[in-house]
Design a protein around this ligand. Sequence first.
Ligand code: FES
Length: 128
Amino acid sequence: MAPKGSKEPPSTIRVGKIGDFAEVGVYNQFKSDNFWIVHLPEGLLVATSTICTHLGCIPNWLQNDLKFKCPCHGSGFDMAGINFEGPAPRPLERHKIWLEGDVVMIDKAFIYREELGQWTDGNSFVAV
Ligand code: FES
């Protein structure tokens, strides 16, 4: 038996029902947990890491500009997380995401990187 309170925080998170993310856009309410749920126009739901791939600052989602903008050195990422301006060398990372019934689950212990071809992995998105 382990002492009470010795467990690491679970990396698996129930983020809500699939219907909570019905609209295309960025769901910002999980930013303090270091991820965004993003419903992409092509019909994919992804869990995007908030960690800038330059030096690790936390970008902001700018709804008017439809981009993530890092306050530290100006890197910009589109809604899909692709870097297109500033010094960030690669896209934002994604976490594992899946459905349990109609509940959206993510696991932050799993990382999927676009530049390694991992965004085609079926565990890196949910088709909606
Ligand atoms: Fe984000 Fe440098 S840490 S641009």
